[in-house]
Design a protein around this ligand. Structure first.
Ligand code: GDP
Ligand code: MG
Length: 208
């Protein structure tokens, strides 16, 4: 009797776990403005920008401290009908072809920059410009995240805008108003403090 009870309570627990897991995904997708959308989003940026941290944050809400990635990586998670994947840019020319094959099929790019790394800001801005000019990504919406603003040495939004030097299309501009123009906008954020990036996702979601 007790084992039957135990068995059913175990099943109930499993059900609860699966349910709350699915619930977490749905809540997160709603929060990001991506609920019921079908899309492939790619996180790009130099290594150490925060891509893997953001992937983990979306997946389970936890800030996972891990070793910064040393090699180009290809990480991917699926939530509902949304696929999020991350690639490190910079260096490694031979790996670029692999990214190109892959990111050519994406619906939106989340470009992450370490806004506290003044030394590599220019390198990141150049990698961004290269992406914006690539034929494969023509017309694909870009949300640029200026990450790590929790750090005292992070640059301010105006400083960041100056460094990145990209013409943005506006946070309120609708898809209809943009027409064939590619949507690009900048969002300062701290993945660590869970601030700023959701606005970026909600903004990009309206163009998907
Ligand atoms: N201070 C601060 N550190 C962050 C933030 N986001 C990520 N990091 C740290 O930056 C480092 C690189 O992050 P990671 O996600 O590995 O970068 P990736 O190479 O782009 O995947 C890690 O030590 C993270 O903990 C943030 O918002 N603030
Ligand atoms: Mg990584």
């Amino acid at each position: 009797m007790s084992s039957v009870l135990q068995g059913s309570s175990c099943a109930a627990n499993n059900y609860q776990m699966v349910f709350s897991f699915a619930n977490w995904f749905l809540n997160m997708l709603s929060y990001l403005g991506l609920y019921n959308k079908k899309a492939k989003l790619v996180f790009l940026g130099l290594d150490n920008a925060g891509k893997t941290t953001l992937l983990h944050m979306l997946k389970d809400g936890k800030l996972v401290q891990h070793q910064p990635t040393l090699h180009p990586t290809n990480e991917e998670i699926r939530m509902g009908k949304i696929t999020f994947s991350a690639f490190d840019l910079g260096g490694h020319k031979e790996a670029r072809r692999i990214w190109q094959d892959y990111y050519a099929k994406c619906d939106a790019v989340i470009y992450i920059v370490d806004a506290a790394d003044h030394e590599r800001m220019q390198e990141s801005a150049e990698a961004l410009r290269e992406l914006l000019e690539s034929e494969e990504l023509a017309g694909v919406p870009f949300a640029i995240l200026g990450n790590k603003i929790d750090r005292p040495d992070a640059c301010s939004e105006p400083q960041f805008m100056q460094m990145i030097n990209i013409h943005t299309t506006g946070k309120q501009t609708t898809k209809e108003e943009l027409g064939t123009t590619r949507p690009i906008e900048v969002f300062m954020c701290s993945i660590l403090r869970k601030t700023g990036y959701a606005e970026g996702f909600r903004w990009i979601g309206q163009y998907l």
